[in-house]
Design a protein. Structure first.
Length: 111
């Protein structure tokens, strides 16, 4: 017999996966949310439990994102038609991966 905790854990995990997928669909519109100039200087990297993590190319751009945090969150949630984005964290570093770009599925097109 399965324990309730096991079933709940799987349900919560599935819910978070679905939230992340919906968030990624919204984040693909990053340039229209923050504008072209800022989109070229700051890139969304990941969405985790309501928080969008953004990499900025410099401290001035990170500060600009931080100053616009509430506006950006409002726009993200407006596009999502739900309160999906609770927080936005920004750091200064070279972006690892751009959520706005299509994900690499690991397949090779030359197969």
């Amino acid at each position: 017999m399965k324990r309730i905790a096991d079933l709940l854990g799987k349900a919560v995990e599935q819910t978070e996966v679905l939230r992340a997928a919906r968030a990624q669909a919204v984040v693909r519109q990053w340039a229209s949310i923050v504008g072209e100039v800022l989109a070229n200087k700051a890139t969304p990297e990941r969405f985790e439990r309501g928080t969008l993590w953004v990499a900025a190319s410099g401290s001035a751009w990170a500060q600009e994102i931080a100053l616009r945090k509430e506006l950006i969150l409002d726009r993200l949630n407006g596009l999502a038609n739900e309160r999906l984005f609770e927080d936005l964290r920004v750091g200064t570093r070279v972006p690892r991966r751009d959520l706005a770009a299509p994900l690499d599925d690991g397949s090779d097109d030359q197969g």
